[in-house]
Design a protein around this ligand. Structure first.
Ligand SMILES: Nc1nc2c(ncn2[C@@H]2O[C@H](COP(=O)(O)OP(=O)(O)OP(=O)(O)O)[C@@H](O)[C@H]2O)c(=O)[nH]1
Length: 907
């Protein structure tokens, strides 16, 4: 929409065809390609992109259901912005964004790739740094667009969440045939969690069965927003092939030439449309009226414009409508979402979508204040920088807190001074191992300027690393820069430790660590969901072991939703993840890309084990000579069921640590240790052995307990819902010089393992299985058979039908915002008629006839393995589903028996 003047006015590089202008960028493209793309590396003295004004920057993502056309649309974007010379094709495996071999082979997007381009394309020097002319629409000025392509497969939900949190805006792509699908709903609600302003693009309108009107109504009923229809599809002669769009903002038709690359666009104003496509012109007027009416319900200014234009909807200036749409998009309480149309594969509709990105989505300063946590206090980054959050944190730290584990005190730090020293803070949102450039850490900078060679403190890993090189990435090409400014996305090369999700801060002064409390600053922290599938990984030979472990470590840096553990008894390395495809991709990466000489076993469900009651208290003293030195320490352990309540409920004055990790809770108590205010400072207690302070004591004991919890006493699955309480009595368990941290770990492991074994003599243990939240989208006709299959053959519980219940896939603590909002009546929403529906079917009837049905259910994961194929056969290929882990549940004795028999016999 919102056609840029480039499309409306004769410009250099446009050629006139009859009374219409066709746009060509050939020369312009050539200059861009030769100056930007050719050299793989070139130094920029003045880092062109750094000078881009922040208000002309858009950090956006594309979100959608799998196969809706994200990659196809992205490839067109790259082509029209002059970034690529030819259009990449997902089906041929020649796309720019899906650049991992595994992605190209499968034709799906696995890793989010971040790419920067300019729209509209600037001159050869890129975006102009001169102030924009306010009398022209935004899309007349070149903008920097940082595009994150997010994956669509449910197994990569965590990856989607990770990408979402760094976006300021998003384009949601819908398949015009399939409409709003289950995955779309899921990602939509996740985007709502981060309050991300969005526009919708209805793609694939060239396909048989495309139903734009129905899709618009589904947007209102299933996404609970008001679709502001800015484009309507143009079918030749009313019911011929899809040839273009009619733009309700600019009141014109845009027609693309069939079979061309889409750069040539034929423009027609309303009068020309009246003459050539009268029914389209009539519908376009209806669309304009509906658009103005919808905006008027939320925006006072457009109401004024309406009266100024003598209440003529058609007379309102396009720029006034764009401004109103923008106000509504940024103020999400309006629930207005602009909606556009196209067929990316046919090269239709992508340039107007780019205009919409620039015109309607927010710049970094307009985006909501990003959430940070610092020393346990949560709030906005801007509040932190103003000093307010620190004050709050200090108040919390100094308030008497009964029993609860105390935070590190900041008695010696001046928080205001510390904040003043903060030079930049950035979020590492992606780690990629590039075969040529090494490990690339993609960062979004949130404040200040991340400069080359600065020392970055990683607040997750508590270590510092230098940033030797900074890059701006153009998919496979890179531009070296000196700094990355707040609001921008870039890459740090040469970091050895930073992982996806880590917060990096740089600060003034030469200290190895930043002043407190900056060491605990976390940007938009997210919870990593529990893995539910696992597989064993074996090196081909002993000499390959090291290489395999290094490759696994790299995989984990890239993707923190993968976990690696070692089975203590068998010595086997186990890799666990979110789904079967997730692990298959990990295998591809490990073996094909990282060239580890290893093989992976069968992919299996990650069951858990849990105690049915409390153990007795078991004391173990570890006493062994290690490398000629005596190592001796002891500890007492009790294990009992734990149902996920707050740690503060069980902590008391003697509690050194109460932490919940991977579904278990570890409590460390040391009565009589005489610690000053029980704070976990680095100051040693007089009763602790030399070289050990309360923090190192806790880490050692915790590691020991975690190792023991990795293997249940009866079924050997990791323990879940288990609380381990470790008691340290200085007089009985500490032995001066002989008590080392490894002795403490060993004592904790032995005591915990013994307490777990003790359960078998008492209350016993039970197997637990992952139970999934499943949302299934089907047609009315297949509803009965799908419900029957889920509830009788798969042992699932149907929770609801047709309810807007989003799967809170990875972060149960954050409830999507739309939940409480009243539903929107789709029959009151403007949508143009779908020409390929039977003429006797009126709008209202078609709504109910085509109404998709949504089933929400809880089903054991085991029953969902291979479900897609079955669902497809039950629904004639139309059904789709998404699922996420709800929780682990105890299994009934017969089910446990059946599963164990199957496991022993193999799948
Ligand atoms: N007919 C038609 N097909 C399209 C259109 N856009 C995309 N496709 C096809 O739809 C399929 C999926 O397109 P992709 O671009 O890979 O979709 P995606 O959303 O990136 O998929 P994932 O990366 O797997 O999430 C491919 O076969 C495309 O050629 C369109 O406008 N019209």
């Amino acid at each position: 929409m919102v056609v840029a003047p480039l499309l409306r006015l004769p410009q250099p590089g446009m050629r006139c065809m009859g009374s219409h202008y066709y746009r060509t960028q050939t020369n312009h493209l050539k200059s861009l390609i030769s100056s930007q793309i050719r050299p793989r590396y070139f130094s920029t003295s003045l880092s062109r992109w750094q000078s881009d004004a922040l208000d002309r920057t858009r950090n956006i993502g594309i979100i959608a259901h799998i196969d809706a056309g994200k990659t196809t649309t992205t490839e067109r974007m790259l082509y029209y912005t002059g970034f690529t010379r030819r259009i990449g094709d997902v089906d041929e495996g020649s796309t720019v964004t899906d650049f991992l071999p595994a992605e190209r082979a499968r034709g799906i997007t696995i890793q989010s790739a971040a790419i920067t381009f300019h729209w509209p394309p600037g001159d050869a020097n890129g975006a102009s740094s001169s102030p924009p002319d306010q009398s022209l629409p935004r899309s007349a000025h070149s903008h920097t667009i940082n595009l994150i392509d997010t994956p669509g497969h449910a197994d990569f939900t965590f990856e989607v969440m990770r990408s979402l949190r760094i976006l300021d805006g998003a384009v949601c792509i819908l398949d015009g045939v399939a409409g709003v699908e289950a995955q779309t709903e899921q990602v939509w609600h996740q985007a709502s969690t981060y309050k991300i302003p969005r526009v919708i693009y209805v793609n694939k309108l060239d396909r048989d069965g495309a139903a734009f009107g129905r899709t618009v109504r589904e947007v209102s009923s299933r996404l609970a927003v008001h679709p502001a229809v800015c484009h309507i599809p143009w079918f030749d002669g009313g019911n011929g092939p899809f040839v273009g769009i009619a733009d309700a903002v600019n009141l014109q038709g845009l027609r693309w030439k069939e079979g061309e690359d889409g750069r040539a666009v034929k423009m027609m104003d309303l009068q020309q449309l009246d003459a050539e496509e009268p029914s389209l012109a009539e519908e376009l007027r209806r669309a304009r009226i509906a658009l103005v009416e919808l905006l008027s319900e939320q925006d006072e200014i457009i109401v004024e414009k309406f009266f100024e234009c003598n209440e003529d909807h058609v007379a309102i200036e396009p720029m006034d409508i764009v401004d109103s749409l923008r106000r509504c998009v940024l103020d999400q309480t309006t629930r207005i979402v602009p909606l556009f149309a196209g067929a990316s594969f046919r090269n239709m509709g992508v340039q107007p979508l780019l205009d919409a990105v620039v015109n309607l989505l927010p710049s970094p300063p307009e985006a909501p204040d990003p959430e940070v946590s610092i020393g346990g206090v949560k709030g906005g980054l801007r509040r932190l920088l103003s000093g307010d959050l620190i004050v709050e944190q200090n108040e919390q730290a100094s308030a008497p807190s009964k029993g609860k584990k105390k935070k590190r005190t900041m008695a010696h730090a001046d928080p205001k001074e510390a904040i003043a020293k903060l030079q930049s803070c950035a979020l590492a949102f992606k780690v990629v191992n590039d075969p040529k450039r090494g490990v690339l850490v993609y960062v979004r900078v949130y404040s200040g300027s991340l400069d080359r060679n600065s020392l970055l403190f990683n607040t997750n890993l508590h270590l510092s690393e230098r940033a030797p090189r900074l890059l701006k990435m153009y998919a496979n090409d890179a531009v070296e820069v000196d700094s990355i400014l707040a609001g921008h996305i870039g890459v740090v090369v040469g970091l050895k430790h930073a992982r996806t999700g880590d917060t990096l801060v740089s600060y003034a002064g030469n200290k190895a660590t930043p002043p407190e409390p900056l060491t605990s600053l976390q940007l938009r922290p997210i919870d990593v969901p529990p893995p539910v599938f696992f597989t064993s990984v074996e090196p081909h030979s002993l000499s390959e072991e090291k290489r395999m472990q290094e490759s696994l470590a790299l995989l984990l840096r890239e993707d923190p939703s993968l976990h690696v553990s070692v089975d203590e008894e068998s010595g086997q390395t186990l890799l666990s993840g979110m789904g079967e495809l997730h692990l298959e991709i990990a295998r591809d990466r490990l073996i094909n890309d990282l060239k580890a000489k290893a093989s992976m076993g069968r992919i299996e469900i990650g069951y858990r084990e849990s105690g049915l009651g409390a153990s007795t208290a078991v004391t173990k003293i570890f006493d062994k000579e290690i490398a000629g030195r005596r190592a001796k320490a002891g500890c007492t352990a009790i294990v009992e069921p734990f149902n996920g309540e707050d740690a503060s409920d069980v902590a008391d004055e003697d509690t050194l640590l109460a932490e919940t990790l991977e579904g278990n809770q570890i409590i460390i108590r040391a009565p009589g240790l005489q610690l000053d205010s029980a704070s976990l400072t680095d100051e040693a207690s007089p009763l602790l052995p030399p070289g050990i302070n309360p923090a190192t004591l806790c880490t050692a004991l915790q590691n020991g307990a975690l190792a023991a919890l990795a293997r249940g006493p009866q079924f050997t699955f990791p323990m879940h819902n288990t609380r381990v309480t470790l008691n340290i009595n200085p007089a009985e368990h500490l032995f001066g010089n002989e008590t080392t941290t490894s002795a403490l770990s060993a004592a904790a492991r032995q005591a915990t393992s013994a307490a777990l074994r003790d359960l078998l003599a008492g209350p016993g243990t039970v197997m637990m299985e992952p139970v999934m939240n499943v949302i299934i989208s089907v047609d009315e006709a297949s509803l009965g058979s799908v419900v029957h299959d889920i509830s009788s053959s798969r042992g699932g519980h149907i929770l609801s039908l047709d309810e807007e219940v989003p799967v809170s896939a990875t972060d149960a603590s954050e409830s999507p915002t739309e939940d409480a909002l009243p539903p929107i009546d789709p029959t009151r929403v403007y949508a143009p008629p779908d020409p390929f529906m039977s003429p006797s079917v009126g709008a209202e009837v078609s709504v109910s006839a085509s109404r998709p049905r949504t089933i929400t259910a809880k089903v054991p994961l085991k029953e969902m393995v291979g479900y897609l194929k079955h669902l497809r056969s039950l629904t004639a290929g139309r059904g789709t589903f998404v699922m996420s882990v709800d929780r682990f549940e105890n299994m009934s004795p017969p089910r446990q028996k059946a599963v164990l028999a199957e496991l022993r016999g193999g799948f």
